[in-house]
Design a protein around this ligand. Structure first.
Ligand code: DP6
Length: 415
């Protein structure tokens, strides 16, 4: 076998947002949670990670580049994922290129990995979930691994817990499992992305100056100090998960919204119950909650569900496009862009909703009228950085177009 060849695969993997939150581990190394969780996968067209993985006898060591910058692979989480996937590698033959890799060769061969997020990492949107899922998925394809997505999810889980839910599209459940070795702690798809096609999602990327506590250390402190976390994991989540599965299966938006909002609020209550307390939401987050609660109440039935992860950004799930269009109008009224920003860069993603909201091409959102239920109708320009409009989306895919690879096919270095 020649020494100059490079073999590579490129994959694209979505990010996900939990509607029943994972918060707390029972095993820190294997990343085993204290409760089940459920998420919705977001459309990779708007939020995803692309990863190219390459193997070559010319590579001297495993190396990785994230958004163009080389990063260290020495951390335990990367090492665990690489070890677990190498264990499952099988023979690979590429007759066209005259390459044959035996099963045993994988232990000696080194890898190059390049990863890129199509959304700003600084936005505080879960990039590690899509990142580890994409790494494991791409390596599994490169190494001809036999395991299915659920089994791969148990490997991605060891990179970052929430990553295991990014191996599927639609609605996904991470089953906490019982085994000590974590073999039954994996993700399964509840329904695919077509099952509940009406839903529309608007993410408010909220301005924040504060450096947030990472999820990893935040949940460790909650496990050590919060009694509410124990109660939540034991008494609340098991019942809530069943109810959520029912709501998703029946496309019952009223129940879905009630459960989603309650679970987000309980997660943040656990953070407050942690010693010292952790504050992820800020005044803008709280204002968005009040807006949604008021509007839902005035409509008589929920139009929008809100959920917040370990940061101030709001993820708003609307029952359909009509509700999403109205929501966007309301949000633009209360949270207009700073005077120098134009609407085109203030609302990104699926912009088709702009037309339905009647704000397409609008130069000045000042002209919007206040929502009737919002008496005070105060405005907070600049408190939201921008909005991302998206929908539930599909799971990981392999990109066959070599032009989309992030590594050079000759050198195996970033393009
Ligand atoms: C609030 O998966 O980022 O987003 O497993 O330590 O990497 P580690 O944590 P991570 O935690 C996510 C927490 C959350 C809720 C959720 O996604 O379920």
């Amino acid at each position: 076998m020649g020494e100059k060849w490079v073999l590579m695969k490129t994959a694209q993997t979505p990010t996900n947002i939990a509607v029943i939150k994972y918060w707390g581990k029972r095993d820190e190394t294997l990343i085993l949670p204290v409760n089940d969780s459920i998420s919705v996968t977001l459309d990779p067209a708007h939020l995803c990670t692309t990863t190219t993985v390459a193997v070559s006898p010319a590579f001297q060591q495993d190396r990785m580049w994230l958004n163009g910058k080389e990063i260290s692979l020495s951390g335990g989480r990367y090492q665990n994922c690489l070890r677990e996937i190498r264990k499952r590698a099988r023979e690979v033959e590429n007759k066209e290129k005259g390459i044959k890799i035996e099963k045993e060769d994988w232990e000696k061969l080194h890898l190059h990995i390049a990863s890129y997020n199509n959304f700003p990492t600084a936005a505080g949107l879960a990039s590690s979930a899509a990142g580890f899922a994409c790494l494991v998925f791409a390596l599994a394809k490169l190494m001809n691994v036999e395991e299915d997505e659920s089994q791969l999810s148990a490997i991605a889980r060891q990179g970052s817990g929430s990553a295991c839910r990014s191996l599927f599209g639609g609605f996904v459940k991470w089953i906490m499992g019982k085994e000590e070795d974590g073999s039954d702690s994996l993700a399964v798809q509840l329904v695919d992305e077509k099952h509940w096609d009406d839903l529309f999602i608007i993410i408010a990327v909220v301005s924040s100056r504060q450096k947030e506590t990472s999820s990893t250390s935040g949940m460790r402190e909650s496990v050590e100090t919060s009694l509410l976390l124990q109660h939540r994991a034991k008494e609340v989540v098991p019942k809530r998960t069943l109810q959520m599965e029912e709501a998703i299966k029946n496309r019952d938006f009223a129940s879905f919204a009630k459960l989603t909002c309650a679970d987000s609020n309980q997660f943040h209550a656990v953070c407050l119950d942690t010693s010292p307390p952790i504050f992820y939401m800020n005044d803008t987050s709280h204002r968005i909650i009040s807006h949604v609660e008021k509007w839902n109440r005035s409509e008589g039935s929920p139009q929008v569900a809100y959920t917040f992860d370990a940061g101030p950004n709001a993820v708003l799930i609307a029952r359909d496009r009509k509700a999403a269009a109205q929501l966007l109008k309301r949000l633009l009224f209360s949270f207009p862009p700073n005077s120098d920003a134009d609407l085109d860069s203030y609302i990104i993603g699926d912009k088709t909703i702009l037309k339905e909201a009647g704000v397409e091409g609008m130069k000045d959102v000042e002209a919007l009228t206040p929502p009737p239920e919002n008496g005070a109708a105060q405005k907070y320009p600049g408190d939201v950085n921008y909005f991302i409009c998206t929908r539930p989306g599909k799971g990981p895919i392999l990109l066959s177009n070599e032009n989309l690879a992030l590594l050079d096919p000759e050198t195996g270095l970033p393009k």
